[in-house]
Design a protein around this ligand. Structure first.
Ligand SMILES: O=C(O)CCC(=O)C(=O)O
Length: 299
C-alpha cells in the first residue's frame, strides 16, 4: 500500500497552488485536498441529498454495485452542489489540466455515490474508457472530484487509486504495494484525472460511505450524464450564467452546439442557427471567433 499526495484547501487560494495541484493530478493521477467544506455546508448537503439517496435503487451489476446507490441530476436537485461545482479551488485545477486540449469545459457527471455495508470492491478502471479508448493517450479528457460527505476510511470503502498509473501501458496491472486508498475526513475532496486507475473500495463497516462525484470534461466530448435532460432549460434558466455554460448551454466552439427550434412560428422564427443560450431566454455573453477555423489560405 502506498500514499496519495495531500494539499490543504488554503494551498489552492492562488494561481501557484492551483497549478501545483493540477500538475500533481496530471502526473501522479490524484491528490487529496483537506479542509474544503465546513460542518454547516456538510449538513446542508446531507439535508438536500438524503431524501434523494433514500429513494435511489442500488446498482445493477458488479461495476455499479449491487449495494451502492448512485443518485444524479444534482444541479437540479441540490442547490448547494451548484456552489461545489463552481468552486474555484477545483474549477481552477480542472481548467489548468484540461485547457491545453479545449476551449471550453463541461460538467461531465454529478452523482452522489453511497456505498453501503457489504459492498465489495469496484473493479479498478480508468474513467477515460467512457469514450471507448478512442481519445488519444496524449490528450487528458477529464478532471474528477469525489467530495467526502462522510469520513472515507480503509474500512468503509475509501476510493482506491494507483498513483503514477496515468503513464502506464494499458495492460499493466497494479500490485497491492502500488495501490493507495483516499482516506480522508468528511469535508475533504479527492481530485483525480480521467487517466488514473482507481475504483470504489469495499465497505466492511456498519455505516454508509457517501461521496459526491462531480466531474468535468473537454467541451468537445459527449458527457456521461446528459446535462440537457438532467437539468432541462426550465431549471437551467434560473441558474448563474457561469453554471449554465458549464452545463453546456453555450457554444462549445464556433460551430459546436447550435440548435434550431422546430416549434417556432415559421413566419417569425429568426435564425435557424441558434446558440444554446436562446433556449434559456438570453443572448450569449461572448461569441467564439471563427479565426481559428480559417487555417488554410484558399486564395
Ligand atoms: O465511489 C468511489 O469511490 C469511486 C467510484 C468510481 O470510480 C466509479 O463509479 O467510476
Amino acid at each position: 500500500m502506498t500514499e496519495l499526495p495531500r494539499f490543504h484547501a488554503d494551498d489552492l487560494g492562488d494561481p501557484e497552488g492551483i497549478a501545483a495541484a493540477a500538475d500533481t493530478v496530471g502526473t501522479v493521477g490524484a491528490a487529496v485536498v483537506d479542509g474544503m467544506l465546513d460542518d454547516v455546508t456538510l449538513d446542508r448537503l446531507h439535508h438536500e441529498l438524503d431524501p434523494w439517496i433514500d429513494t435511489t435503487p442500488t446498482g445493477r451489476d458488479g461495476f455499479t454495485g449491487t449495494r451502492t446507490r448512485r443518485t444524479g441530476a444534482l444541479i437540479a436537485r441540490a442547490p448547494t452542489v451548484r456552489d461545489l461545482v463552481m468552486d474555484p479551488r477545483v474549477l481552477g485545477p480542472a481548467r489548468h489540466l484540461l485547457s491545453p486540449f479545449t476551449r471550453t469545459l463541461q460538467l461531465h457527471l454529478t452523482q452522489v455515490i453511497t456505498i453501503e455495508p457489504g459492498q465489495g470492491t469496484q473493479p479498478l478502471h480508468r474513467d477515460r474508457l467512457a469514450w471507448g479508448g478512442f481519445v488519444p493517450r496524449e490528450v487528458e479528457p477529464q478532471f474528477n472530484t469525489i467530495w467526502a460527505l462522510t469520513d472515507f476510511t480503509a474500512e468503509n470503502g475509501a476510493t482506491r487509486v494507483v498513483p503514477g498509473s496515468p503513464a502506464w501501458d494499458v495492460e499493466r496491472r497494479a500490485t497491492d504495494d502500488e495501490k493507495a486508498q483516499a482516506t480522508m475526513p468528511a469535508g475533504s475532496v479527492l481530485l483525480y484525472s480521467g487517466s488514473v486507475i482507481h475504483g470504489g473500495g469495499e465497505n466492511r463497516s456498519d455505516a454508509n460511505r457517501i461521496g459526491l462525484n462531480l466531474t468535468y470534461c473537454l467541451g468537445w466530448l459527449r458527457t456521461e450524464e446528459n446535462q440537457y435532460l438532467s437539468c432541462p432549460p426550465e431549471i437551467a434558466s434560473t441558474l448563474d450564467p457561469d453554471l449554465q455554460e458549464l452545463l453546456g448551454y453555450t457554444m462549445g466552439d464556433y460551430a459546436l452546439g447550435y440548435y434550431s427550434d422546430p416549434l417556432a412560428d415559421p413566419e417569425d422564427r429568426g435564425s435557424d442557427i441558434r446558440p444554446p443560450e436562446r433556449a434559456l431566454g438570453r443572448k450569449p455573453r461572448d461569441g467564439v471567433s471563427v479565426e481559428h477555423l480559417v487555417g488554410v489560405d484558399d486564395g
